[in-house]
Ligand binder design. Sequence first.
Ligand SMILES: Cc1cc2nc3c(=O)[nH]c(=O)nc-3n(C[C@H](O)[C@H](O)[C@H](O)COP(=O)(O)OP(=O)(O)OC[C@H]3O[C@@H](n4cnc5c(N)ncnc54)[C@H](O)[C@@H]3O)c2cc1C
Length: 467
Amino acid sequence: MSADPSFLSALDIGDNQLSFGDSDRENHAGDWGAESRGTGVLPDAVVWPESVRDVSRVLEAATEQGIPVTPYAAGTGLEGNAVPARGGISMDLTRMDSVIEYRPDDFQITVGPGIIGSAVEEYVASEGLFFPPLPSSGDISTIGGMIATDASGMQTVKYGEVADWVLGLKAVLADGSVISTGSRAVKTSSGYNLTELLVGSEGTLGVVTEATLKLAGRPEQIRGGRATFDSLDEATGAVFDAVRSGVDLARIELIDGLSARMANRYLDSGLPDAPTTFVEFHANHGVEREIEFCRSVFEAHNVKRFEITDSEGMADLWEARKELAYAVQSYDPDLQPIHPGDVTVPISDYPEIIAYTKELADEHGLLVPCFGHAGDGNVHYTVLVDFDDPAHVELGEEVYGKIVHRAIELGGTATGEHGIGQGKREYLIEEHGEASVKAMGAIKRALDPAGTLNPGKIFPERVDRRV
Ligand SMILES: Cc1cc2nc3c(=O)[nH]c(=O)nc-3n(C[C@H](O)[C@H](O)[C@H](O)COP(=O)(O)OP(=O)(O)OC[C@H]3O[C@@H](n4cnc5c(N)ncnc54)[C@H](O)[C@@H]3O)c2cc1C
């Protein structure tokens, strides 16, 4: 649908903050996921707000004019979350990237939404602080995007997800009003928790313009390594047992043998051609005891090799893991990923969801590499298909969907970290039930009755028409 955003020219914002040009519109048509699937949609205009006031003016006027506004940050989302599905305005928040206030004594920092995650880490590093829930994409994605998707990363097993590290927000609602949520206190029982409502709402309820984040002290002892197993069952069993036994893990990632081969071809990373877990331990004292505890748990699962390395070695290990998304994408030029899976299940069901995924892949002769933040019960699985062969694509979609259904059946979720966006809308009711989705719709209508903010996301098609 094409909208007429010409009213933007009359707003009091700078010339360099507004574009109707093709290349700017093309740059905001899709995110990482939509680009790889070719499902981008051109916005009619792009605006770059530089202040809360700019955001407020644009939203107020757009709502009056009935023009959709889709917040856009670094565009690294994987579910088409920032695609302007119904055209209108793409609101690019990346210029609002300053550190607004830093309070190291309180372990807190207040930032603009457009700041890149790793820039926050760099800013606070000299005080020995860090921001623990950064996703693997932390050096290419923004704090606003992470908040909007409730991102999480490799350290979630110890530290939790982004939601656990946001103390308060400033946000602009669709009518242009500005709200503040939360406080600087580390706990509060005051009123509805609007912070948590906005976290994970994918830009459908408000535009985040300021975020107060908690920080953590960097542990004195950081050690890591990897463990290889003969079979995937032994590796997943070891992950479950390590988490259940209370090994103090800061990271525990698993990659299957196929992913290891893909990483080796892409990076020449020299990984063993076998299921491998990557582990990291954080402590202020006694880290060796924790490593030995982990070793003993893994030995009970016939670990083949358990190597602990120094910090240089760790950087190499983590590089292979971090580059996996690219390795999978470039493995075979004839095969491309359909939606990137990020189901997450209770940890006791982790071995089962991995086994089920690999069984389905073998049964249908598909390549489905599995890796991910194993300690959270999270699986990144990628069904690779030949887009020139419609039957292959259909089969891939069917297998992809079966894995999501199984995760939900096990009490898990369709998306542990990437959000629903456009790609996972059909699973929302199955996961939450009709009544809960109706309640979500009521919240959306109350805060954004004209449906200005990021339409065409989260809600399934048939519900969306009523929201
Ligand atoms: C290689 C790679 C690895 C990845 N690894 C991880 C991972 O480990 N964990 C993980 O969780 N994700 C991961 N992702 C996905 C992605 O990086 C995250 O979803 C990230 O949080 C998106 O941030 P962004 O700045 O790119 O936001 P965008 O993609 O631009 O936008 C994401 C969503 O946020 C909304 N939004 C953006 N800014 C605002 C704002 N200020 N106010 C309101 N809404 C806003 C948008 O409308 C959209 O719905 C990965 C992606 C890639 C490409």
